[in-house]
Ligand binder design. Structure first.
Ligand SMILES: C=CC1=C(C)c2cc3[nH]c(cc4nc(cc5[nH]c(cc1n2)c(C)c5CCC(=O)O)C(CCC(=O)O)=C4C)c(C)c3C=C
Ligand code: FE2
Ligand code: FE2
Length: 332
């Protein structure tokens, strides 16, 4: 039976323009998995307060990261899309080198390429067995469950549903933790280690966790395992949550407030890693590497270093391959 793996990430605008950002945000923020506010209230806020203003504010930030910054010269277009596409090519090469007959494709939850067209293409080529692989190590209903919803929707009217499964999470996978630890160690070998290591995860509303979303627990376990692997003392590292959206309380402590507090209270140097992001994107390259650098330095900090996402690292691709193989069963 021909098997295929479909890597999935969030999605990104087609271009760094207000119109393209608006169309991306409209689709993304209309998903009830992402924003749980009752529909009529939220759709009014979205259409009257978010979509008329946010795209104009965010498009310049996308423009800044589009095609990569000077130190990532190879990136073309959106970094998120670029890295996801390259990850799928490298994973394909990995299986080819092992002599495994497995196809690797990629899709985005919002925007292009869409999961339904990727599955349609694979079905027309005769594939009968699929593993959908959300590139979110920590499960959250706001991200991973939205992918489960799409799979259910795609086959909602089918009589003959193919063999399809979804990788739910890999927050404690030893190869993922080792790849994170290797990237920190390599960074320290090049740059020396800072006073503090901040592990900044994408946030979600606190109410979601109170209602049972396991995301917070998954983040804390990833952090504990990484600190253990690096043999870090308790005062050397901390977890924080970034990318707050809207007025409600999100998971705390917030990344921006933590860095300002550290800058003010005499922490001179920090290393920042974002373990929830398998690929660099707006939230890491702009919010962490640019905005929060300024927050820390303006508050009195001296050295601020962002440790890139696992992106195309060989140990990351090996980890993804092993996780996918675990779900596929025998690969030959
Ligand atoms: C509105 C609420 C949001 C929730 C909940 C949320 C959860 C969440 N997001 C990611 C990963 C990514 N988010 C990205 C961008 C992004 N996220 C939100 C909002 C929520 N995210 C917005 C509005 C945006 C767009 C940018 C902006 O307007 O600020 C991205 C980057 C996309 C890119 O094009 O580079 C990623 C990746 C996770 C992992 C997560 C929950 C765990
Ligand atoms: Fe997000
Ligand atoms: Fe952001």
């Amino acid at each position: 039976m021909s098997k295929a793996i479909i890597l999935m990430n969030l999605g990104t605008p087609a271009e760094p323009t207000p119109a393209a950002v608006r169309s991306f945000l409209r689709e993304f923020l209309s998903d009830q998995r992402v924003v749980e506010i009752p529909r009529p209230i939220w759709l009014t806020i979205l259409n009257c307060l978010v979509l008329p203003f946010r795209p104009k504010r965010i498009a310049p930030a996308y423009l800044e990261i589009w095609n990569g910054s000077a130190d990532e010269a190879a990136v073309e277009g959106s970094p998120l899309l670029y890295y996801t596409q390259k990850q799928s090519e490298l994973l394909q090469q990995h299986f080819q080198a092992k002599g495994c007959d497995i196809a690797v494709e990629y899709a985005m939850t919002y925007g292009e390429p869409r999961l339904d067209s990727v599955i349609e293409k694979l079905r027309s080529k005769g594939f009968e067995s699929y593993v959908v692989f959300p590139l979110y190590p920590q499960y959250s209903a706001t991200t991973t469950a939205a992918i489960y919803d799409q799979v259910a929707q795609i086959f909602g009217n089918s009589r003959d549903i193919p063999d399809i499964s979804v990788i739910r999470d890999y927050y404690q996978n030893p190869l993922y933790i080792k790849a994170l630890a290797n990237s920190v160690r390599e960074h320290w070998q090049k740059e020396g280690d800072a006073e503090k290591l901040l592990l900044s995860f994408h946030g979600i509303p606190k109410a979601n966790v109170d209602k049972g979303d396991p995301y917070y627990r998954h983040c804390m376990e990833t952090a504990r395992l990484l600190a253990e692997e690096l043999q870090l003392g308790e005062d050397k590292w901390q977890v924080s949550f970034q990318s707050r959206f809207g007025k409600a309380e999100w998971l705390q402590p917030y990344t921006d407030k933590t860095l300002i507090e550290w800058g003010r209270t005499g922490v001179a140097s920090v290393d920042v890693i974002c373990p929830a992001f398998s690929a660099d994107c707006l939230e890491t390259l702009e919010e962490i590497s640019v905005e929060n650098r300024a927050n820390f330095i303006d508050a009195g900090g001296r050295d601020y270093r962002y440790i890139p996402a696992l992106n195309l690292r060989g140990d990351h691709i090996e980890a993804l391959a092993a996780i996918a193989e675990g779900k596929l069963g025998r690969t030959k």
